[in-house]
Design a protein around this ligand. Structure first.
Ligand code: B12
Length: 312
């Protein structure tokens, strides 16, 4: 049996339950085109999660009821209540338990379940994955979990985020491009993946270069792709260690008129007013505001500097 935690397609009764309406109402939405659906060869309506989320956003509907999680697992019923009440600390605990589980982790179905219930991508990143991974880091530094568990949780997280990305709604192309990379020998890439996926969801052409890529290769990509924004993430290195590298990337970005946006620990230690980077953000939420502002006006959030002036 497929549980709600494993569903990628919802049935008429799931959607009815989610919004607390009758199945007849859902069929009407589907038949008049308000809610996109596919029909099976047997004539049953099936709803992709991204279409249900888009429908909810456009009509300002919040889920009224959580889909069932079969089994009498205590975590399951707590998750159901938490997902409706947007009780993020409980969702973080559930994520942690799954990330550190000995058996198959089930992180993707969990994230998908949150998304089905209209928890936004930035909330999943900032309010669930990030605090759960911070807690894993703290447990590792206190010697409470092993390196193997930390590594496995990281791998499972990367995989779950990638699978979730296949399910989410991607906005129509914005016509803008971004390059995402980490600096130095930085291995921490989960934050950068979130950044890359968020850009994609907003309709950007995002080139993900990943971690431990030398500066000259980042610069070559910048010159080749001519992005609007270059996103750099650094989690554990002191910016001083990477200053020369950072400056060369900034120069390459300037040469094609791109804005340089830094995040992760870099955001706390580099001051955009010093002029090396253009802007710094340390959360998916503030990045989202920045992307939307850029799409609206062609400038980064708060900067208010027109691109053609800035890069002339
Ligand atoms: C997972 C992890 C690893 C994994 C990384 C796997 C991978 N593929 O990414 C592995 C096991 C490889 C690892 C290695 C190491 N790690 Co480590 N790691 C972590 C851990 C537990 C989680 C980081 C994470 O993924 N968080 C989840 C993401 C979603 O959160 P985030 O990175 O903060 O990103 C969010 C925002 O910051 C923002 N953001 C991030 N980047 C950007 C960029 C832009 C442009 C924007 C707009 C926003 C943005 O958006 C994200 C969404 O919310 C942290 C714990 C912690 N407190 O951070 C330790 C931690 C960062 N690691 C630490 C250490 C010490 C190390 C090692 C040096 C250990 C060692 N002795 O080998 C090595 C370094 C290796 C290297 N060369 O980089 C320390 C760093 C201490 C410090 N300040 O220097 C921490 C804090 C653990 C601890 N409590 O001590 N680590």
């Amino acid at each position: 049996m497929t549980s709600s935690l494993q569903k990628t397609i919802l049935s008429t009764s799931d959607v009815a339950r989610l919004f607390n309406v009758t199945e007849t109402t859902v069929k009407r939405w589907a038949d008049d085109g308000t809610l996109k659906c596919q029909k099976t060869p047997g004539g049953h309506r099936k709803f992709e999660i991204r279409n249900v989320v888009e429908f909810a956003e456009q009509n300002h509907f919040d889920p009224a009821c959580a889909l069932e999680i079969p089994g009498d697992d205590d975590l399951g019923s707590k998750t159901q209540v938490a997902v409706l009440g947007r009780d993020f600390p409980v969702l973080v605990t559930a994520y942690l338990r799954k990330a550190l589980a000995l058996e198959e982790s089930g992180l993707f179905p969990f994230l998908s379940y949150l998304y089905q219930h209209c928890i936004q991508l930035w909330e999943i990143y900032d309010l669930v994955v990030r605090p759960a991974m911070n807690e894993i880091g703290d447990r590792w530094s206190r010697g409470e979990i092993g390196i193997d568990q930390e590594h496995r949780a990281s791998c499972e997280t990367l995989e779950a985020l990638a699978m979730l990305q296949l399910q989410i709604r991607i906005k129509p192309s914005s016509g803008h491009a971004v390059i995402c990379a980490t600096l130095g020998d930085e291995l921490h890439e989960i934050g950068l993946r979130c950044v890359h996926y968020l850009f994609e969801s907003e309709g950007w052409d995002s080139r993900y270069l990943g971690s431990r890529i030398p500066a000259f290769a980042i610069n070559a990509a910048i010159v080749h792709w001519k992005p609007d924004i270059v996103c750099l993430s650094s989690t554990y290195r002191a910016p001083l260690d990477i200053e020369a590298e950072l400056r060369s990337i900034v120069d390459a970005a300037r040469s094609v008129g791109a804005i340089v946006l830094a995040g992760g620990a870099l955001a706390g230690s580099l001051n955009p007013e010093e002029g090396v980077i253009d802007t710094a953000h340390n959360s998916a939420k503030s990045l989202l505001c920045c992307i939307q502002e850029f799409d609206r006006t062609g400038t980064e959030e708060g900067g208010g500097v027109p691109r053609d002036v800035k890069h002339s």
